[in-house]
Design a binder for this molecule. Structure first.
Ligand code: PAZ
Length: 318
């Protein structure tokens, strides 16, 4: 089934209830960093949901944990960027991503002395925690990191458009790093029941529709001078590069980071109009806990630098 237009999508799906609050946060962040001529990156991260009921009990989801986006945000901060971290609620976040599950509790010692009880970090964990905590505190002290969260695909699009429109005045200093796993399919608002579906009504027939492609208005209208990087995930290697290249040709943005589901944390290919550049971590690097995002971000920062150096409207770097 053909997708409706992006204008129709925004006309039918109302903004989320916290939209104006998030928009104000984004506006303040962009204006403050713009004033100092800082580079600003919008990192999108995690998966979107597709609600099956208005009072949502069930939804369609995807696999993304937000590892890529959370790690990348940290590396962009290291490169001096102001970072808008637009992420799926409860997905991984920069810095805390390193201490998920029981890891943090395992690093602590409890001295139970009644009212004088203390909690300390175990000596061998100090060296693990301290550098991350230092970077976390530095980012926050500098006001260099803003979190905004979405859950559903329509919340994602509302936030994405607002962030892009506010980044438009940042011109070529804006970088978009669209790593979120955004649903290609959704159930239009008028086909979604208000209340929880009842099994007594029999098995539901759910028809998914195509989500309109937002990359076209994003590149051409919302943030035309930015350096835009999209991501392409596939499970069939034969489709990976052809689809990444087709996206570049269609939307005329700057780069597609192509990755396979199974190997996404060890191998990616940076696809640009001129080249396919493969980045692969060795087995030793993987065991040593090296993040592939450090390499991806360094390469993109370099390309973004060249784009800014070009100092001209989008046609220059295309
Ligand atoms: O979030 P994660 O680290 O588990 O996975 C990252 C990723 C595979 C979602 C990302 O690299 C990506 O390819 N995002 C775009 C997916 C797509 O819509 O094709």
């Amino acid at each position: 089934m053909a997708s409706g237009s992006w204008e129709e999508f925004f006309a039918v799906h109302l903004p989320p209830t916290d939209f104006e609050d998030n928009r104000s946060l984004l506006k303040e962040f962009c204006e403050r960093h713009d004033q100092y001529g800082n580079k600003i990156v919008l990192v999108t991260s995690g998966g979107t949901t597709v609600p099956l009921e208005h009072n949502t009990v069930r939804f369609v989801d995807n696999f993304s944990a937000g590892t890529r986006g959370a790690a990348s945000a940290e590396y962009f901060l290291e490169h001096g960027y102001a970072v808008i971290f637009m992420h799926r609620q409860k997905s991984l976040e920069p810095f805390t991503r390193n201490f998920t599950g029981q890891k943090l509790f395992d690093m602590l010692d409890l001295q139970d002395r009644g009212p004088n009880t203390t909690i300390t970090v175990k000596q061998d964990s100090v060296f693990v925690l301290a550098p991350v905590l230092q970077r976390y505190q530095a980012a926050h002290a500098a006001g260099a990191l803003l979190h905004v969260a979405f859950t559903s695909v329509s919340e994602y699009f509302w936030l994405l458009r607002a962030a892009c429109e506010l980044l438009a005045r940042t011109g070529p200093r804006a970088l978009l790093y669209l790593a979120a796993a955004v649903s290609d399919f959704y159930v239009p608002k008028d086909r979604v029941p208000t209340h929880k579906m009842q099994s007594a009504s029999g098995p539901p027939v759910i028809q998914l529709h195509l989500v309109p492609k937002m990359l076209a208005p994003l590149v051409n209208l919302w943030v035309p001078e930015a350096y835009v990087v999209s991501f392409k995930l596939e499970t069939d290697e034969n489709l990976l590069i052809p689809k990444a290249r087709a996206a570049l040709e269609k939307y005329k943005h700057k780069m597609v980071v192509a990755n396979m589901l199974q190997t996404r944390h060890q191998r990616v290919i940076l696809v640009t109009p001129d080249a396919n550049q493969e980045i692969v971590l060795s087995r030793e690097e993987v065991h040593a806990g090296i993040d592939i995002e450090g390499v991806i971000v360094s390469d993109i920062v370099r390309a973004h630098g060249a784009h800014m150096g070009c100092g001209a409207p989008p046609s220059c770097a295309r």
